[in-house]
Ligand binder design. Structure first.
Ligand code: UD1
Ligand code: CA
Length: 449
């Protein structure tokens, strides 16, 4: 069965009190609408429509990479029913149609599929129970438990306001049914808007067989109207993401203390300690250990690799069995090859650190090309910048750099060579040589006797 998906995203989100259109509000490091788009990305035989209005250009630009979206403009925001009406002529007549809300971002693909299957029997609603239902449309059921209507908060009587079964906003219809029902709704309500929810009353009057799916997991259908709602969603998102990994064999010190701000994959056997933040596209491979307070941004952490506490990794790749930290900054475009280690207060940038090479304490490694089995002593600085340009320092396999050396690039230090500690190295060092570039120590007569 074909599926047309209509995402409503034209509203301003006045209650958010922000200049950004609501669907672009930041939820776990991504625009809210991006979460909805992700939920539908794996569905088959779909046509995807997004209705935009308020700041339409800004919204479209944010998702300009997504070529699957058919953008539909709703020039005036006259209500959710009016928004859906704008999409009707783009919808395939033999389709099922599911309507999603840009401000109900955590809906899962599984729930969407279940609801659309129900739509073959009649208009299908996704509902849930909320102890404090304020702000949501209430589900009105007959004494025989049949759904008769949805009443919006503004229009509800005191007794209707007591109802705790609420409308998630998400509905599914057969295309022909939807266009007929939408044609019937009017704006005779307090808000003077065309409510999509009024299609339910019309369906009831037509004696259609209204279907409903009541969710037990409320987080999936939390809506976002206020900054406080956004906080609830943010918490719900991180927790449900952590639970997903937990159930696939990842361990956590505390699933409530990890943030997933991007698209993250974590393999079985990995361990994530407290207060870890993932950002952008991150991949944590099997059995890696991530210490407390680490931030990992757009990077890969290989199998059995270990990040010790408070390490920041950005745009880098740590291969299998590597180690970084505590308090290390693995800066952009660093590659640690298998078994390499960087330690306390070491910063790297645009550098390749070969297999089993080590820089365990207090070093800056910028634009380095480091071979295998190299030892970089405490306090070594790669002087890669001459004030105008960045230059490369190449250190070949098994070289040893003594502590507190300054390596002035461009520079090559040959295989198995040795740099005496405290050297300022400005000339290339050949294979196997010992280089010492420092003032000689003189021991003189001590006049202070
Ligand atoms: C809506 C539902 C309510 C439900 C709740 C769930 C209606 C009338 N009410 O209320 O029953 O419980 O969602 O979260 O549908 N939008 C447009 N064009 C418009 C108006 C809205 O595209 O003209 C979009 C908004 O951008 C938003 C979504 O539709 O993404 C919902 O609009 P909103 O005003 O937030 O509706 P609620 O009052 O939350
Ligand atoms: Ca809403």
């Amino acid at each position: 069965m074909n599926l047309d998906i209509v995402i409503l995203a034209a509203g301003k989100g006045t209650r958010m009190g922000s200049p950004l259109p609501k669907v672009l509000a930041n939820l776990a490091g991504r625009p809210m609408l991006d979460h909805v788009l992700e939920s539908v990305s794996q569905l088959k035989k779909i046509k995807l429509h997004v209705v935009v209005g308020h700041e339409a250009q800004m919204v479209r630009k944010t998702f300009s990479d997504n070529k699957k979206i058919n953008w539909i403009k709703q020039t005036k925001q006259l209500g959710t029913g009016h928004a859906v009406k704008q999409a009707l002529k783009h919808i395939r007549s033999n389709s099922n149609v599911v309507i999603l809300y840009g401000d109900v971002p955590l809906i899962s693909e599984n729930t969407i599929s279940k609801l659309t299957k129900l739509a073959s029997k009649g208009p299908a609603l996704l509902t849930f129970n909320k102890d404090n239902p304020t702000g949501y449309g209430r589900i009105i059921r007959s004494s025989r438990n049949k759904i008769e209507a949805i009443i919006e908060e503004k229009d509800a009587s005191p007794s209707e306001k007591q109802i705790t079964e609420v409308n998630s906003g998400i509905m599914a219809f057969k295309a022909k049914e939807l266009s007929r029902l939408i044609g019937k709704i009017k704006k005779n309500n307090k808000a003077r808007e065309f409510y999509l929810t009024d299609t339910v009353r019309e369906a009831y009057l037509e004696k259609l067989n209204i279907q409903s799916l009541r969710l037990s997991d409320m987080d999936e259908v939390l809506g976002c109207n206020t900054p406080e709602d956004l906080q609830l969603l943010e918490k719900a998102y991180h927790l449900s993401t952590a639970k997903k990994f937990l159930n696939k064999g990842v361990s956590f010190a505390d699933i409530e203390k990890v943030k997933f701000r991007g698209s993250v994959s974590i393999e079985k056997g990995a361990f994530i300690d407290e207060n870890v933040i993932f950002e952008g596209s991150v991949s944590i491979e099997a059995n890696a250990k991530i210490g407390p307070g680490c931030i990992i941004s757009n990077s890969t952490i290989g199998k059995n690799a270990e990040l010790l506490p408070y390490t920041f990794v950005e745009e880098s790749k740590l291969e299998n069995n590597t180690k970084a930290g505590p308090f290390a900054h693995v800066g952009i475009q660093t590659k640690l090859e298998a078994g390499a280690e960087i330690g306390n207060f070491v910063e790297t940038k645009r550098s390749n650190i070969g297999a089993n090479s080590k820089a365990k304490h207090l070093a800056y490694i910028g634009d380095g090309r480091i071979g295998k089995g190299v030892n970089i002593g405490a306090g070594t600085i790669f002087c890669n910048y001459d004030g105008v340009k960045k230059h490369i320092t190449k250190i070949e396999d098994d070289a040893f750099i003594g502590s507190n050396s300054a390596l002035v690039a461009p520079l090559t230090i040959g295989r198995k060579s040795y740099v005496g500690s405290g050297s300022v190295v400005t000339k290339n060092v050949g294979k196997g040589q010992l280089a010492i570039g420092r003032g000689r120590q003189k021991n003189m007569l001590n006049r202070k006797k």
